[in-house]
Each structure stands twice: as structure tokens, then as C-alpha cells.
Write a protein that binds this ligand. Sequence first.
Ligand code: SAM
Length: 246
Amino acid sequence: VGILYLVATPIGNLSDITYRAVETLRSVDILAAEDTRQTQKLLNHFSIEGPKLISYHEHNKRQQGVQLVRALLDGQSVAVVTDAGTPGISDPGSDLVQLAIEEKIPVVAIPGACAAITSLIASGLNTESFTFIGFLPREKKQRFDRLEQLRTHQETLIFYESPHRIKQVLQDMESVFTNRDAVLARELTKRYEAFTRGKLSDLLDFLNRNEPRGEYVILVRGITQQELETELEDLAWWKDLNLSDH
Ligand code: SAM
């Protein structure tokens, strides 16, 4: 059988591609790309010729997955790439990995750029343990429910967001997480890379003064043990009060 490779590509700066990624892209039979035009540009830049380029994205992953597994079982090697960064991280990839594992096809990850990890390590927030959330639900009620679930989380939280919704999402976060420390990482690895650090309200102020443009990661400090204890005490106090009322 062939090997399924998951190949990370740059998140902005093309020099971030790894030697191994280029070698792998040169050697595989089939390249399954989220957006073939986008990937073609990358192939041109690194003079990679050879692999058959096919499209593999959210909306065709079922049918394409079956075809790709067939090709793998047939002995062909397949690499999955997305528009940017690490496949499977808020991007297609993981369904194919599951199919491959079911068929006992070897899976090899070729590591590289990932916006979540890149922003986290420079954020100044706790990197020891963290939770990757990715994109929050679009629907307001569901978004609030999710934020509410995360409110008592002690680990650093990492979110992806588009420039169109970032202000709205930061407002929602501020109303749930109140005065938490947070970091906005913008245009990572690109020319206008910037980090904004402060309270959630500071980040909102910043975006009200600087119209959001480009790509963003939002990182939020987890709740501290002390904040959690204070909250539990308040809760107990309210319970007591309510019980004595009745
Ligand atoms: N698979 C990618 C990865 O490994 O990071 C993520 C793909 S996801 C569809 C796109 C989101 O990732 C963007 O909306 C943004 O939140 C984040 N992102 C990707 N590239 C970025 C960059 N250069 N700077 C900041 N955020 C980025």
C-alpha cells in the first residue's frame, strides 16, 4: 500500500516550508489540495512538478476520500495540503486520516507552520497547557454557550477568527471572560505581523482604532485558581441566600 502524508505548508512566509515538505511533495503520486489553484502557486514557487493535483475540501471530502483510499490501497502515495498551515487543524485532513487508519494505510505527518502554535509561543501566556478551540460557532446563542463552557477553563484558550467577525467575537468574549488578559496575533510570519497584548477591552479599543485586516488568532488566559475559588465562594453565598429566602 501507499503512504498518506499530511504536509504542513507556510501560513504566510514561503520560507517557512520545510525541506522535508518539498521533498515529499516532489515524491508523491497524488497531491490532494484544499484549493488546487492556491497549491499550484506553491508548487510553481518551489519548482515542484510531478504529482497529480486533485481537489480535496470540506464539500467533496466524502467522495474524494473514497477515491484517495482506493489509490492508496493500489500502492500510490498521497499528500494532503491545505491553503495554509497544518492539515487537520481547522482545515480538511482528519477524515482522510481516519479512513486510512481503518484500512491500515500508514499515515505520516510532515510538521511545519501552524498559526495556533506560532501565536501561542510568542503570546506571553501560559504555554504549558492550552486548549485549541479554532472557530467559534457562527450563531450567537451557540457562541455564547461555548464561551460559557470555556469560562472556567484554566488553560490558555486559542481561537481562530476572520477579520469580519473579530470585533463581534471579542465583544462576546469580553462579556463572558470580563477582564481577562488576552493577545491578538495578526498576520503571523508576514510583513505586517503584530501582537497586541492587554485586557480583552484593550484589544477591542485597538480594533476600534485600527480596522481589522488580515488574519488573526485570539488567545485568552485561562481562569486562575484564585479567580475560580472566588467565583465558587460567590456561588455558595448566592445559594445560601436563596435557600434562606425560601
Ligand atoms: N490549518 C491552519 C493552521 O495550521 O494554522 C489554519 C487554517 S484556518 C482555515 C485559517 C485561520 O487560521 C485564520 O482565520 C486565522 O485565524 C488563522 N491563521 C492562519 N494563518 C494565519 C496568519 N498568518 N496569521 C494569523 N492567523 C492565521
